[in-house]
Design a protein around this ligand. Structure first.
Ligand code: TRP
Length: 365
């Protein structure tokens, strides 16, 4: 029997979601949801993981839980088809993490490249919180507790999914086939793997102020696009332009579809022709930026509108999340029953164990 496809992914609630999240994973999730062909789909807000490096700022995490929930709904995730929940409300995840900790060595954790970079970025050096250091283990538990087969995520999550796979494999080797090995599902387009910030820097980040948020108003989006980093050597319109490291073209690679040309730039048949003209010289940055701005506005307008609608009824959003938590918890609890049985810590529901021990001790009399 083929393993049923179970999709799971999540985000840390440390800020509103931006278009990097959108092309990196959100767009994929909504497409997967709409395609069907899966048994279950879970998307969750990783508040406990967010606390691992925000332990002194609980209010930030609390406020961003609802922001992320609104971003999800605005993008088209549908609670009728996807279980949306909050990580901290599923205590079974802590329990599974605790057992998983015995299946990973400290040196293996130290080799995780994403955690390595994050430790450097946060300046933790010699005072790394244990919970932060071990969050790949907790993430493996998030995935395994739902028997996820498919994890749509950005490239930075690759080491996490690899580590989760190793842990699951080790668990199954020791305790017998119980858990499911996951696979990451990356965006197919290279520009979407790591969308740069509007300033051309490698990553969108709130602290750099180079993000376009899904909830930004139309004016802010327009300004962000019109001031985007392009090619510093492309001074006059007639100068030949370069595409490498040119943020506007990277964004076009990520967002532009053929019908956008018909709608907003009918002089050009497709992106290749637009790029060729830019490289030859004679095509100004402003014209390309205006084209991109039209595309971004078309994408973001309905998202912004839906977000505002959902924001009108915040209690309903919490009701939806609470129901999602209850559904998710039932699934995780069933997995944990299997885990305890496999690990031989299911004392009270194992009649055979009690009977066998009773006989053995009776015989010793
Ligand atoms: N690490 C992810 C992020 O930075 C959030 C996350 C936690 C996650 N657990 C997960 C993603 C499990 C996919 C699967 O946003």
């Amino acid at each position: 029997m083929a393993t049923p496809k179970i999709i799971l992914t999540g985000d840390r609630p440390t800020g509103r979601l931006h278009i990097g999240h959108y092309v990196g994973s959100l767009r994929n999730r909504v497409a997967l949801q709409n395609e069907g062909g899966y048994e279950k789909m879970f998307v969750f807000i990783a508040d406990a993981q967010a606390l691992t490096d925000n332990i002194d700022n609980p209010e930030k995490v609390r406020q961003n839980v609802i922001e992320v929930a609104l971003d999800y709904l605005a993008c088209g995730l549908d609670p009728e088809r996807v279980t949306l929940f909050i990580q901290s409300q599923i205590p079974e995840l802590c329990e599974l993490s605790f057992y998983f900790m015995d299946l990973v060595s400290v040196s293996r954790l130290q080799r995780n490249p994403t955690v390595k970079t994050e430790i450097q970025m946060r300046g933790f050096q010699s005072s790394i919180p244990v919970g932060f250091f071990t969050y790949p283990i907790s993430q493996a538990a998030d995935i395994a507790a739902f028997r996820a087969t498919t994890v749509p995520a950005g490239e930075d999550q690759k080491p996490m999914i690899e580590q989760a796979t190793e842990i699951v494999r080790r668990f199954n080797n020791i305790y017998g086939e119980t858990l499911v090995e996951p696979e990451i599902l990356l965006p197919s387009n290279a520009a979407c793997l790591r969308l740069p910030g509007t300033d051309g820097k490698a990553k969108m980040s709130k602290s750099l102020g180079n993000c376009i948020y899904l909830s930004d108003d139309a004016d802010t989006v327009q300004k962000s696009v019109m001031s985007m980093y392009t090619d510093p050597t492309h001074i006059h319109v007639s100068d030949p332009g370069h595409l490498e490291g040119n943020t506007v073209f990277t964004y076009l690679d990520a967002f532009c579809r053929p019908e956008h040309f018909e709608r907003y730039l009918p002089d050009y048949p497709n992106l290749d022709e637009l790029k060729a003209h830019y490289q030859r010289g004679g095509l100004g940055d402003m014209k390309v930026k205006r084209f991109l701005a039209n595309i971004m506005q078309e994408l973001l307008e309905p998202i912004r509108q839906r977000r505002q609608e959902f924001a009108q009824d915040i209690p309903a959003v919490y009701d939806m999340l609470q129901k999602g938590c209850a559904d998710a918890r039932a699934v995780a609890a069933a997995t944990l029953d299997d885990v305890r049985r496999a690990m031989k810590i299911n004392y009270f529901d194992d009649a055979a164990l009690i009977e066998e021990q009773a006989k053995r001790f009776a015989a010793q009399k």
